[in-house]
Each structure stands twice: as structure tokens, then as C-alpha cells.
Design a protein around this ligand. Structure first.
Ligand code: G3P
Length: 478
């Protein structure tokens, strides 16, 4: 039907033979905004056949040409920024300005990846044998990095464009083919982004985008024998995918419960500004959002007062108006956030603002006096709700972080670099930010979660490395 967005396979936009579609619900209006194709198993299989074939040829395309193709994509993303951003506003209620930033950041990511690929993939290694006992200088080992094959990229709803290109670009520069399975909310923005790859003239089959009903075909995709690598960003589904995946490299970024530890010598204005930015930007729907504040008793009252003053200034409304707080992605998500708030309230936490919800729109909330028996001390709301736990010692704060199943990022506010480093050293967490809110970027920095927060390290350089394998040729001399 003419109203359903097609999927991209074999270098063409196709209608699904299923004739079925999936609705994309606008979180603000809670009405169907778009329809996407519900592809069939045969269409999934065909896509992988084409990807395999295209990949073999692509791996032999000179690196400078692969880089050139990616630079074209970056230019096209910039050119089509407004139309892609408009989809983000409608599908995931991301504020209008942030939606444009997501597209620009993606274009910058693609350009940087092309340049980084040129630098690191042109390097190989030469080893001589006589350092190992019993060997003479009679052979040479030449090793270099070769592509893995077909990468399955599964981005989440909160960055459907940026977290697609952060998988696509490293995979492609390294000589892989990519099949993208966009999130349902955000699929249309992702399909527009894929169109930039189409316009850039990549060989047919090398890049494809399949939209499926995940309850029917999710397992088929993630356990497909043609898949040589999975790069996934999202929630706990990633754990199930990892358990079922075969012997292939996995790059997983899953949940986070990023803590902000505020010590008694901290700059409290700086800490408060970062708690509000880190906790409430995109309404808290970021893996790296501040999801718990651990404040030393002696400064907690003053910190909370400063945070509350900033919360009072946040605008709340529709993403089109660029409000700071916009509706969360779905009714289910809003219900989940509400359940965490109610649990904390019933168990005696102090809500500094009145709890307000209108449809999927949840007003920003600071929940103080949170204790370990409350769900919100451990679970991630993925919404505009920040809990505060008061701590007596630094050790108590570190212990809380290290007891969490999540360990993506964390931050510590103090004016003593020595105390900051002691906390950073003690925290068993992927990244610790000193005197700033957690964040993935700049995008060439390593980005990784420990425990249930993920497997492998991202960041441009690490992703290129992860999407390749080492191959050696040994020259034996007579
Ligand atoms: O939630 C996805 C995660 O990668 C966060 O990215 O840039 O908001 O820190 P960022």
C-alpha cells in the first residue's frame, strides 16, 4: 500500500510481499504517524544472500575509494538534515534542535571514521621469528586486518540515526557489508538515513535495511548463519541475543545506571548544572543519563536546592517547540517510569515536585531520600526522573555503584584531583567522568560498559578494530 514505507534490499526500495505493515506511533499525539513494512523471512534470507555477495567485492575496493564513498554519505546527511530531523521529532519526540544535532553529529562521525580508517587500516605488522627460542631469521610474518563479513546492526530508538551510522561507518570502511534492523520508533528516520547511502552509490546489497516484527523474526535475524558480527545498542534484549549468538564477535551497549557522586568539596553549581543536563536532556532517555545522584550528607541539602532551582526552569511540552522535557517514547515506558516513582513514594522517598503526567509526557522530578530497598535505587527509569541517595562516606557511594548490575559510566564531582582518581580507581565502571556528566562523545573516545552494560568497546577507532580480524601470511625462506 502506498502509505507504507518500503524496506531497502539489493540496492532498491521494495514493498514487502507480506502486505503487512507496522505502525510507528507519535509519542506526542499517540496516533499512528507512519507505517513501515513487516518483512518476511524470505526477504530476510534474500538480504543476507545479497550482502554476502556484495561484501566479497567490497573488501577488494581500494580503501581510499571506500573512504570517498563514506565522505559522500556525510555530505548527503548534512544536505538532508531537516527532513531526517523532522522524522525524529515525530517518531521519538526528540526536541527539534537536538534532532538536527543528531544528524550533524552522524555526518561528522562518518567523515571522521573514513579518515580514521585510512590511517589505521593501512597499517600492518611485520614480525621476525628469532625472538622466540629455537628460531633462526628464516621467515617473515606479515599481518593485517581483514573484514569480518556481514555485520548485523541493531540501533535503539533514542538515536536511530546516530547509533546506526556508528555501526555502519566503521563496518563499511573496514570492508564489511551491513544489514540494519532499525527500531520501530525511529525506523522512518533511519530509512531516510539509509537513503543517503543509496544516493552515495554504494554497490547493491552492501547496505540494507529490514523492518520486521521482532516478536516473529527477531531471533531469525540475530541467529542467522550469514551474520558474522552483531553490533547492538539497547536494553536487556541484548543479553538474550548474546546468549544465543554463535561464535561471532559481539559489540553490545545495554542499559546504564550512571551514578553522579558529589563529594563535600565539590563545586555545587557545576554539579547541579551537570545533574540537570545529564539527568534530563532528551527527558532522561539516554544510556548515559545521570540515573542516580550519590550526595555526601554535608552538602546534599544545598545541592538539592540548586538542582531544584534549575528543574523549575526546564520547559515541558512538544518536541516541535523545542521544549526541554518532551513525551517519553511510549505509553509502556511512561507506565514503567510511573511504577518506579510510585514505588519510591510509597516507601517514603521525598518528591520535590508534584508528580504530573499527561499522556506520555512526564514532568521532571527529583526524588530525594531514596534508600536501597526502593526499585529506583537500582532500576533505570529512562525518563525525566532523578533519584538522590545521601551517603556518609565516599566508600558508601563507590559500594553502591559497584553493587549495581550496570556499569556503563559514572561521574564524580570534587575539587581534589586525588580524591577524584581514588574514586575513579575504585569504581568498576566502563568510564568515569571527573567534574562532568556522563556522555559517550566525543565519538572517537572509547565507550564501553562493564557487567550487564555491555560487551566490547566502541568509539570510532575501537569499532573499526572490532569489525575486523587479524590475518597473517608467513614467508618461509629456504
Ligand atoms: O543512549 C545511547 C548512548 O550511546 C548515549 O549517548 O551521546 O547521549 O551520551 P550520548
Amino acid at each position: 500500500d502506498g502509505d507504507t514505507f518500503r524496506f531497502y534490499s539489493d540496492g532498491q526500495w521494495k514493498r514487502s510481499a507480506s502486505g503487512q505493515s507496522l505502525p510507528v506511533i507519535n509519542p506526542t499525539t499517540r496516533r499512528t504517524q507512519y507505517n513501515i513494512s513487516a518483512c518476511t523471512r524470505e526477504e530476510v534470507d534474500q538480504m543476507f544472500v545479497s550482502a554476502k555477495e556484495a561484501q566479497r567485492a567490497w573488501a577488494r575496493v581500494p580503501l581510499w575509494k571506500r573512504a570517498g564513498a563514506l565522505h559522500k554519505v556525510a555530505a548527503l546527511l548534512r544536505q538532508h538534515k531537516d527532513v531526517i530531523a523532522e522524522c525524529l521529532v515525530k517518531e521519538i519526540a526528540k526536541p527539534a534542535a537536538d534532532s538536527k544535532t543528531e544528524v550533524i553529529r552522524s555526518a561528522d562521525f562518518v567523515d571522521y571514521t573514513a579518515e580514521e580508517g585510512i590511517r589505521i587500516l593501512s597499517e600492518g605488522k611485520l614480525l621476525l621469528p628469532d625472538s622466540f627460542p629455537g628460531n633462526e631469521r628464516n621467515k617473515l610474518c606479515l599481518s593485517s586486518r581483514v573484514p569480518l563479513g556481514v555485520v548485523l546492526a541493531i540501533p535503539p530508538f533514542n538515536y536511530p540515526v546516530n547509533l546506526s551510522v556508528s555501526k555502519l561507518a566503521p563496518a563499511l570502511i573496514a570492508g564489511n557489508a551491513v544489514v540494519v534492523k532499525p527500531p520501530t520508533q525511529g525506523a522512518v528516520a533511519a530509512l531516510h538515513m539509509i537513503h543517503c547511502f543509496h544516493l552515495a552509490g554504494f554497490p547493491k546489497g552492501l547496505v540494507s535495511a529490514i523492518t520486521v516484527n521482532v516478536s516473529e523474526l527477531g531471533d531469525i535475524l540475530t541467529t542467522h548463519p550469514a551474520v558474522n558480527c552483531i553490533s547492538f545498542t539497547g536494553g536487556n534484549t541484548g543479553i538474550a541475543i548474546a546468549k544465543r549468538a554463535g561464535m561471532i564477535p559481539l559489540q553490545m551497549e545495554l542499559g546504564g545506571k550512571d551514578a553522579c557522586i558529589v563529594l563535600d568539596d565539590a563545586d555545587l553549581d557545576l554539579a547541579a548544572a551537570n545533574i540537570v543536563k545529564g539527568g534530563f536532556s532528551y527527558s532522561g532517555q539516554r544510556c548515559t543519563a545521570v540515573k542516580v545522584v550519590l550526595a555526601m550528607d554535608s552538602i546534599a541539602d544545598s545541592l538539592v536546592e540548586k538542582v531544584n532551582a534549575k528543574i523549575a526552569k526546564l520547559s515541558v511540552g512538544a518536541p516541535e517547540t523545542d521544549a526541554d522535557i518532551t513525551p517519553v517514547v511510549s505509553e509502556n515506558s511512561a507506565n514503567f517510569i510511573e511504577s518506579l516513582v510510585m514505588d519510591a513514594k510509597q516507601r517514603g522517598a521525598k518528591l520535590w515536585q508534584e508528580y504530573r503526567r499527561e499522556g506520555n509526557l512526564i514532568f521532571p522530578l527529583l526524588i530525594d531520600q531514596v534508600r536501597p530497598e526502593m526499585r529506583i535505587a537500582w532500576e533505570e527509569p529512562f525518563g525525566p526522573v532523578v533519584p538522590v541517595i545521601r551517603i556518609r562516606t565516599i566508600e558508601e557511594g563507590v559500594h553502591h555503584c559497584n553493587s549495581s548490575r550496570y556499569a556503563l559510566q559514572g561521574c564524580v564531582f570534587t575539587n581534589s584531583i586525588h580524591r577524584a582518581l581514588i574514586v575513579s580507581d575504585a569504581m568498576e565502571t566502563g568510564t568515569i567522568q571527573i567534574n562532568s556528566a556522563p556522555a559517550r562523545g566525543p565519538d572517537h573516545f572509547p565507550f564501553q560498559g562493564f557487567r550487564d552494560s555491555g560487551i566490547g568497546s566502541q568509539g570510532i577507532t575501537n569499532s573499526i578494530g572490532m569489525m575486523t580480524k587479524v590475518k597473517s601470511t608467513v614467508i618461509n625462506m629456504p
